[in-house]
Design a binder for this molecule. Structure first.
Ligand code: A3P
Length: 307
């Protein structure tokens, strides 16, 4: 990227944090709002695969697993480009440097089929063509507390997000849905409901952590693929947290030098279930649980907060 070559420029100062604006009731960044019409009109193709998640629920992990499956376990092929370029990030638009921008829609339109794309959109905002074309979707959900912790640290390191404020303030923003991509509660519930109407494989981060082989087999079945045990073991290994953390094509260190500061908090941070226990005070936890019960009273969806 051009930014990398500008000697003497303090990259940490090149991108200013912006505020959020709403599109159809969901907080988006300013550049996303401006380009929303293109996203809405996006033309999906029948063989498109969409990986959908609430931000920080394990998107990159799912992407790597899916790519490994599609490339028949060929690690080198999976290192052909960063996650960010391999799978267009549908609604994302960002001016990365004065001369460079990233548009998920443009990247997707230029990509030959079959395409795999990523989105954090709540289900009601997914471009209608995906449903018209009966596309498959893999949705990965993560328990609210770990998702919140991960999102907090991501806000600290990624300047594409607004200032998170203090931990206490961020909990409040998360609970009220006043964060980029909106309410976690509505997101997971909305997609849960949608799976009864569309071709959606609904997965959980905690299940994947507990038994990746079992969960990858679910993905294989969903994608109508067969694989030897040997290849399956290879995928489990290459997509483990430890390996992905060191993989420059999966750990977000090859892009966004002016946007993400891994010294504040690495993108591949902990990759664990239950890290929320190191963050919530007893009082914060009680308040969160009480509010959670109310917000999740109208769903059959159940999360595991620990393994
Ligand atoms: P933590 O911040 O809790 O470590 P996303 O890709 O949706 O942005 O999610 C990022 C979160 O998924 C981060 O969580 C990251 O560490 C975790 N993650 C990424 N790859 C993983 C893997 N292979 N195994 C477990 N967790 C992973």
């Amino acid at each position: 990227m051009a930014l990398d070559r500008m000697e003497g420029l303090n990259l940490k100062q090149t991108v200013a944090r912006g505020e959020l604006r709403e599109v159809e009731g969901i907080p988006f960044t300013e550049p996303m709002c401006k380009t929303w019409d293109q996203v809405k009109k996006f033309k999906a193709r029948p063989d498109d695969l969409l990986i959908a998640t609430y931000a920080k629920a394990g998107t990159t992990w799912t992407q790597e697993i899916v790519d490994m499956i599609q490339q028949n376990g060929d690690v080198e092929k999976c290192r052909r480009a960063s996650t960010y370029r391999r799978h267009p990030f549908l609604e994302w638009f960002i001016q990365e440097s004065p001369t460079d921008h990233y548009s998920g829609v443009e990247l997707a339109e230029a990509m030959p089929s079959p395409r795999t794309m990523k989105t954090h959109l709540p289900v009601q905002l997914v471009p209608p063509s995906f449903w018209e074309q009966n596309c498959k979707v893999i949705y990965m959900a993560r328990n609210a507390k770990d998702n919140l912790v991960s999102y907090y640290h991501f806000h600290r390191m990624a300047k594409a997000c607004p200032e998170p404020g203090t931990w206490e303030e961020f909990i409040e923003k998360f609970m009220t849905g006043k964060v980029l991509w909106g309410s976690w509660y509505d997101h997971v519930k909305g997609w849960w409901k949608a799976k009864d109407k569309h071709r959606i494989l609904y997965l959980f981060y905690e299940d994947m952590k507990e038994n990746p082989k079992r969960e990858i087999q679910k993905i294989l079945k969903f994608l109508e693929k067969d694989m030897s045990q040997e290849l399956l073991n290879k995928i489990v290994h290459s997509t483990s947290f430890e390996i992905m953390k060191e993989n420059p094509m999966a750990n977000y260190t090859t892009e966004f030098r002016g946007i993400m500061d891994h010294s504040v908090s690495p993108f591949m941070r902990k990759g664990a279930v239950g890290d929320w226990k190191n963050h919530f005070t007893v009082a914060q936890n009680e308040k969160f649980d009480e509010d959670y019960k109310k917000k999740m009273a109208d769903t059959s969806l159940v999360f595991r907060m620990e393994l």
